[in-house]
Design a protein around this ligand. Sequence first.
Ligand code: HEM
Length: 216
Amino acid sequence: MRIPNYKLVTTIIFVQPLIIRRNPSTPNYFKARQDLGPFSNLQATAKHSHNHAFEQQVRPMYDYAKLLHLIAGIVWMGGMTFMLFALRPAALGVLDAQPRAVLMGQVWKRFYVWVLVAIVVLFTTGTHLYTATFRAAKMATGQGGVPLGWNIMLVLGITMMLIFGHIYFAGFKKYKRAVASGEWPLAARAAGLIHTMTLINFTLGWLAILAVRLVR
Ligand code: HEM
């Protein structure tokens, strides 16, 4: 396996989303992607590059990375769905403020470990999918490029991760302190902040998924 070029990776993560657009000089890449369906980015580019070594070495990694990426996305999005639409309304409906506050603290403590792991997996696999395809397109056509929807996912994904950092450090830390010292109004305010930011992340997550599936 080739050693990744970290300068290239860093540039792609931070600069490419701002400048990459659908590249009209790479029609084969997009045409092949359309012909072969949504899971065919790498097959398409590798086919055009006639680079079998590339296909043999990178392709299996790509498939595993994508599987892990999907699993992590499902864990995070599914957890938010459950929290926003089942657990929270049920807790609001049947529990008084104090036991509810204790319950939610315990729930978040456990769920956020899963989110942290999901974030690490989403980021590492996502940037791998992105850079592997970018390079394959470059090999195939002489010019790198990925669909606009992928850049949208990159930007929204990183935004979600930053928002989660805020949920964890600004919201959850405050919440735990407030519950521990019995300052219930403060705890309620921190819970409100966590709820709003979770709603925002949930929305951004779906926008990212829509973009990666529909925007070429
Ligand atoms: C740094 C952040 C991220 C990057 C760089 C990234 C990158 C990518 C790329 C390049 C693909 C396309 C793979 C392909 O079509 O072969 C993809 C697919 C996907 N991503 Fe992300 N992603 C990121 C974050 C997220 C997040 C936060 C979620 C959801 C919570 C997510 C959910 C998905 C899903 C469900 C797909 C599958 C779409 C499909 O089947 O084509 N990603 N991602």
